[in-house]
Design a binder for this molecule. Structure first.
Ligand code: UD1
Ligand code: CA
Length: 456
């Protein structure tokens, strides 16, 4: 069976009050349209066609990586008109699935059920019962309980307005039938629009069964029209992800204060995550990892038994097993730490490798450096990697000890087991096993007196 999925995404989204087209707004760092597309892309033998209108250029540019056909609906004359734009691209035998670009949390299982109901004699419609159905198209059923039509809120009479079963807008239907009905749509209704929903009445007239199914939750079919709804569905989505992590054996101190904006490629066991942690992009997290409060980790690989204390920012980094990071540490892109490395408070690492067992515990900047194993870098050490125009590397070999408040002016190499005296500015290579220091000799002036204020 060949499926054609049509995603309707031409609407304006006025109530977002945004320069950005509505469907480019994001839930968990992924645009609304991307959520819908990613779900549809999991269907086999599926070809995706997206109807765009408002901000079409912005949308197609932002999402040009989609394997989809973009169809422009230059004037938004209704949902039926939107689907008409694709009509001549539909094959008779296709199962046509219609989705909305602003309904981001629809589940694959729900869509699969819908598709399974489609054949020459049946059309599948996703409906939902709402306590407050205001604004939605109502599902009108005959005495036998069969769907006879959909009536839009603005066209509904008082009795029809009482109906709680509403149209989600999502349906699946055979291509041949859909094309026929699309060609018969008109806009003589309260809104002067071409309603896709009118195909239901036409289907009934053609003796086609309308098979309805419901989503597991209402949230699956909620569309986004404003920023309150955007934030609501963000939380729904985050709670789902939190539940899934907990099912996989992660302890979350508070699932309401956890955000995952991306994927977790590898997930170990018995991971503990404290409050206000954000995991962004593609991360891997080993077993027995603890992540402290207010930590942001992006595109990183965290080894087994790593302890990340509170308030760390880690991006595009690798943290070897058994390492301890933070509190208040920042690992910038291309930081690669081997096992049992300690990075303490107010330490920034950038584009540097640190070999096993090394410690950089306080107030330091290590950039463009290669740090060997079992190196101890004292408080306030700075690699001066930048001369204002070019960047240079600092090499600190195994077992070196860098005294506190030292500047290492790159390019420079500190030899194996070398010791650098505190307060030094090192501009030349420092030989292995020796003490190197660059410090004015300390003097004390006996008989020196503090100045006193002059009498006037
Ligand atoms: C539509 C349904 C209604 C249903 C509701 C569910 C019709 C006539 N009505 O109502 O029964 O209860 O959705 O939310 O179908 N779009 C286009 N081009 C257009 C018009 C709309 O691409 O010319 C897209 C929008 O971007 C949106 C979707 O279609 O993604 C639905 O449009 P919207 O205006 O929200 O539909 P409603 O009139 O609210
Ligand atoms: Ca709507």
């Amino acid at each position: 069976m060949q499926i054609t999925t049509i995603i309707l995404a031409a609407g304006k989204g006025t109530r977002m009050r945004s320069e950005l087209p509505k469907i480019l707004h994001k839930i968990a760092s992924r645009s609304l349209l991307q959520h819908v597309y990613d779900m549809a892309a999991q269907l086999e033998n599926n070809c995706v066609k997206i109807v765009v209108g408002h901000g079409a250029e912005q949308v197609t540019t932002a999402l040009k990586h989609f394997d989809a056909d973009w169809i422009e609906q230059t004037q938004q004359l209704g949902t039926g008109h939107a689907v008409q734009q694709v009509s001549d691209q539909l094959a008779d035998a296709d199962t046509v699935l219609i989705l909305y670009g602003d309904v981001p949390l629809l589940k694959l299982t729900t869509v699969k059920t819908l598709i399974a109901h489609v054949n020459e004699r049946s059309l599948a419609l996703l409906t939902v019962n709402l306590d407050t159905p205001t604004g939605y198209g109502r599902i009108v059923r005959d005495a036998a309980g069969r769907v006879s039509k959909i009536v839009e809120e603005k066209d509904a009479d008082a009795n029809e307005k009482q109906i709680n079963e509403v149209n989600t807008g999502i349906m699946a239907v055979q291509g041949r039938q859909l094309k026929k009905w699309l060609s018969q749509l008109n806009n003589s209704n309260a809104q002067g629009e071409y309603y896709l929903t009118d195909v239901i009445e036409m289907a009934v007239a053609d003796q086609i069964n309308i098979v309805t199914s419901q989503p597991e939750t209402e949230d699956e079919v909620l569309g986004i029209n404003n920023r309150m709804q955007l934030s609501y569905l963000e939380r729904v989505y985050q709670q789902e992800q939190a539940n899934s992590l907990m099912e996989r054996g992660v302890t979350l101190k508070d699932p309401l204060r956890f955000d995952q904006r991306g994927s977790i490629e590898n997930l170990g066991q018995d991971i503990e995550i404290d409050i206000n942690v954000i995991l962004e992009g593609k991360n891997s997290i080993g077993s027995h990892v603890k992540i402290g409060a207010n930590t942001h980790i992006k595109d990183s690989i965290i080894g087994d038994n790593v302890d990340i204390l509170a308030n760390c920012v880690i991006e595009d980094a690798v943290v070897g097993q058994g390492s301890r990071i933070g509190p208040f540490a920042r690992l910038r892109p291309e930081s690669v730490l081997a096992e049992d490395v300690h990075i303490g408070n107010f330490v920034e690492i950038k584009k540097s490798s640190v070999a096993a067992g090394s410690k950089i515990n306080h107030l330091s900047y290590i950039g463009d450096s290669t740090v060997g194993a079992k190196v101890n870098i004292g408080a306030g050490t700075i690699t001066c990697n930048y001369d204002g125009a070019n960047k240079f590397r600092t090499i600190i070999e195994d077992g070196a000890f860098i005294g506190s408040d030292t500047q290492l002016v790159a390019p420079v190499t500190i030899g194996k087991n070398a010791t650098i005296g505190a307060g030094s500015t090192i501009t030349k290579d420092s030989p292995e096993n020796q003490l190197t220091l660059s410090r004015a000799k300390q003097v004390s002036l006996a008989g020196w007196q503090r100045p006193v204020k002059k009498e006037t």
